[in-house]
Ligand binder design. Sequence first.
Ligand SMILES: Cc1ncc(COP(=O)(O)O)c(C=O)c1O
Length: 422
Amino acid sequence: MEPVPRKSELSRDPVAVDFEALRADFPIFATGQQPLHYLDSAASAQKPACVIESINQCYNHDYGPVHRGLYPLAESASEHYEAARRTIAHFINAAHPDQIVFTRSATESINLVAQGWAARHLQPGDEIWVSQMEHHSNFLPWQRVCKNRDARLRIIPLDSEGLIDLEKSKGLFGKNSRLIAITQVSNVLGTINPIREIVASAKQHNIPVLVDAAQSVGHMPVDVQDLDCDFLAASAHKMCGPTGIGFLYGKSDRLAATEPLLLGGGMVDEVNIDSSSWAEIPARFEAGSPNLAGAVGFAAAADYLRNIGLRAIEQQVKSLMLLAYEKLSSIGGIHLYGPAPGLNRGGIISFNIGGIHPHDIAHIAAEHGVAIRAGHHCCQPLMQHLGVSSTARASFNLYNNERDITALVAAILDAKRILGHR
Ligand SMILES: Cc1ncc(COP(=O)(O)O)c(C=O)c1O
């Protein structure tokens, strides 16, 4: 396979982008009677027509089995699948497409590293470090592997603003630390963690770092060579791509030291009654029939975002977050979680209004056409740190606008009125 061009284009300076016009790329906003104020992109992003079309095109005209046939349709299906891998490698500036393993999701990618890499390398008494803000997908796989191997799951604490204290955390890692698994952007607090600095400090102790990039890839420029992380996991559906596909990036030596999670067709070199050998990487990690349409849709989403510019998307979402933060702050009784708006935070705002259950806010918001999330956001250890069982959460993406924020504020004020909150 050809290596990926070295220079990332993701950090290009933003040109003026007409985000209001881009909203028309998303068919969902043209359907329904009531305007849709979709503020739940941290759960899953909406899809532009080009992604939907690419999947239609694949099933209507290009569909065939991947890596399994010698006739033209099968061969072109394999080419499309590998082209998608190159697109994703390029998107995160991986040194080589073989460092991209297609999985079902960020969750599966992290489980692959926990079961395939950590379970092989952990000894009793070793440590794996995660932060207090991790999603269950970047918590439970480590909890289990630590239990099974008599290792310790250690927690990088947060300060009162929901930030990792970098200086303090540097002193935490030591000779028994075997892995740091950390999110780049918190799906509750919006905190953007200083991954480069964490990796640099981990390197001094030879500790590999896995980055949970479910909330960062597709929302800001992410360059794995610049971060110098060992593994990185993400899902297509949070990047305006289809559900059911994600990827694991791994440095080549780390992937070579990883056992496959799933065994079956397509991942073998030779199978005998007594023993078998595995195919080359990445096929070794992709047992079963590959998700061709998913990969094609994923690549279309990556191209769509790259054409807009990741820096421009990041800035647009940040300005929406700042505006929302300001407007929400003026609502009586509201508590906003996470770092102050001037600090490093992305387009996610979690909040509570004293005495009102977040589910009630979300229900009333839904009547206003405002889609927000309420619950623990798969972050119960973080909820315990915050001293609550749940929060409401608004999250922004490139298709949101000021009208969505106005509708959110109106919905919250209405919820307060209906529920008798002063
Ligand atoms: C920070 C973070 N990590 C991991 C995940 C898991 O992603 P997926 O459900 O696509 O596997 C999520 C999903 O919300 C997330 O927000």
